[in-house]
Design a protein. Structure first.
Length: 255
């Protein structure tokens, strides 16, 4: 049985979300554990990938800019956007390689959009998901010793004006769009999230899906180790080991 654990982190600062991912990646490298899918909404922020050009940030003004370990160039995260961070063990025979992982992640977004009446497409060699020549979902990945992190950002009810301050993904010719803009009305973020979870589970072949319904651990809690302190008490995370913690409260889910 392959289990997927998922958690909606709500609104969370970008750097704190990176910190959560880093610790989960570290733990999954150390001990076999279930794959994790994190949903989050970030306050306004611009992020630059490993090869991103500073010149593609035109006028950040009051919005912070962070360089990250993901691939890709500059993008925007903010309210109304669904950000998805899968922490998947690519060493599993189920998922095999990063190229298949990327295709499945793209297909998850395409099928999610289709359920809302939108035709999302790939536009090789460019990343992300597009509606015509307008990008609706950006993808920026990182893989560390076989474990994925970073992920995908889908514009649901996003204020697209913040993209005017950057050259999104370094593509001066490309426009951006959102589900709200394409459908003419605001969309249910909860419905979009649940739809994405359903297709992700199906495409990656998980047989068991559990929602983490209480605060969960992001460090391998071993007495006497340097992993015995919480990252940040403001996150609400406890320390005692992730994935096989007998006190970890989960709820079976049927996305």
């Amino acid at each position: 049985m392959t289990t997927l654990l998922y958690k909606d982190l709500g609104e969370l600062d970008y750097l704190k979300a990176v910190q959560v991912q880093e610790k989960l990646v570290e733990f999954k490298q150390r001990e076999p554990s279930a794959d994790v899918l994190l949903f989050v909404e970030h306050p306004h922020v611009y992020t630059l990938g490993r090869g991103g050009k500073d010149s593609n940030v035109l006028r950040a003004q009051e919005v912070p800019v962070h360089r990250t370990s993901r691939g890709g160039d500059v993008t925007y995260h903010g309210p109304g956007q669904l950000v998805v961070y899968p922490l998947v063990d690519l060493r599993s025979k189920l998922r095999k390689d990063v190229h298949r992982y990327l295709r499945n992640l793209e297909t998850t977004a395409i099928r999610t959009l289709s359920d809302f009446g939108l035709e999302g497409i790939r536009r090789p060699p460019y990343t992300g998901i597009w509606i015509g020549d307008k990008k609706i979902a950006a993808i920026g990945l990182a893989v560390r010793r076989g474990i994925t992190f970073h992920g995908l950002a889908l514009n649901v009810n996003t204020d697209l004006s913040y993209f005017d301050r950057i050259i999104p993904c370094g593509l001066a010719w490309a426009d951006v769009t959102s589900m709200t803009k394409e459908l003419g009305k605001e969309q249910s973020a909860e419905r979009v999230k649940n739809t994405f979870l359903h297709h992700f589970t199906e495409l990656f072949g998980y047989s068991d899906v559990k929602e983490l319904i209480e605060t969960f651990d992001v460090q391998a809690g071993q007495k006497g180790s340097s992993y015995n302190e919480p990252i940040d008490e403001s996150l609400g995370f406890r320390v005692s080991g992730f994935g096989f913690n007998p006190k970890l409260e989960t709820r079976n889910s049927k996305p």
